[in-house]
Write a protein that binds this ligand. Structure first.
Ligand code: FES
Length: 238
């Protein structure tokens, strides 16, 4: 088999994402392009773009994943495969508040199982479920790194401290009433204030550096090919 044939993948051609993003808003797209410019390879920005899309919609919709795939040059399936690896990314709709109860060792020894049972009963859903009003998604979590305040509870990845069944009900009532909006923004919001300095790259400089990198790669490939040809030819003569 020739070298070219050996390198050519078999199977159907890869279907990359939407060539022109249709779902992400213009603001999100602008930020997406800024993020992509920070990395040597566009696909390295995949996870930050997933967070951006999740901030827009509250979860990662198929349409957003198709847009992201097109932006970074991968298939929507590759975006989905990456997103499903990470707990913070949700590929199905979730409530505006994702409530996570840790049931790992320090928390289970301090009432986490009873708290989770109470939460399931009071919300009327099993862990992983969302009551019909769409405000809360209940989640059973592994260690959340707040082991000294068991049983540990997070809402939208913000720590809310140890909870009793009574304080949990109070917390849920506050979330539903919107009175915790100041300290717990809706699901998907990582930061409220965007940086305007620091993490910004000059697009022309990035394009120039990418061109230099591609040229260097091409030169290395040509040198390796020449060395191989010389070696083959020396072997044939001996
Ligand atoms: S065991 Fe629950 S936060 Fe670590």
């Amino acid at each position: 088999m020739s070298e070219q044939a050996r390198r050519t993948p078999v199977g159907p051609p890869r279907r990359l994402g939407t060539p022109t993003p249709a779902h992400l808003s213009s603001d999100v797209l602008e930020r997406a392009h800024q993020l992509i410019s920070l990395y040597p390879e566009p696909r390295s920005a995949l996870i930050p773009l997933c967070h951006l899309a999740q901030e827009q919609d509250g979860w990662l919709t198929p349409e957003a994943m198709a847009d992201i795939a097109g932006l970074v040059g991968v298939t929507p399936t590759e975006v989905l495969g990456t997103a499903t690896f990470y707990d913070m990314l949700h590929t199905e709709p979730v409530g505006t508040h994702v409530v996570s109860i840790c049931t790992n060792i320090a928390c289970i020894l301090n009432g986490a199982a009873e708290l989770l049972e109470h939460a399931e009963s009071s919300l009327g859903v099993n862990a992983g479920g969302t009551p019909i009003d769409g405000t809360i998604t209940l989640e059973e979590a592994e260690c959340l790194a707040d082991c000294d305040r068991p049983p540990c509870v997070q809402v939208n990845h913000r720590f809310v401290g140890a909870q009793t069944p009574e304080s949990f009900d109070q917390l849920v009532a506050e979330l539903r009433a919107g009175s915790r909006a100041a300290d717990i923004p809706n699901h998907g919001t990582l930061i409220r204030v965007r940086r305007t300095t620091g993490l910004v790259a000059d697009p022309e400089q990035v394009a120039s550096e990418r061109a230099d990198m591609a040229e260097a790669q091409a030169q290395r490939a040509a040198a390796a090919e020449a060395a191989k040809t010389a070696s083959d030819s020396a072997g044939a003569k001996s």
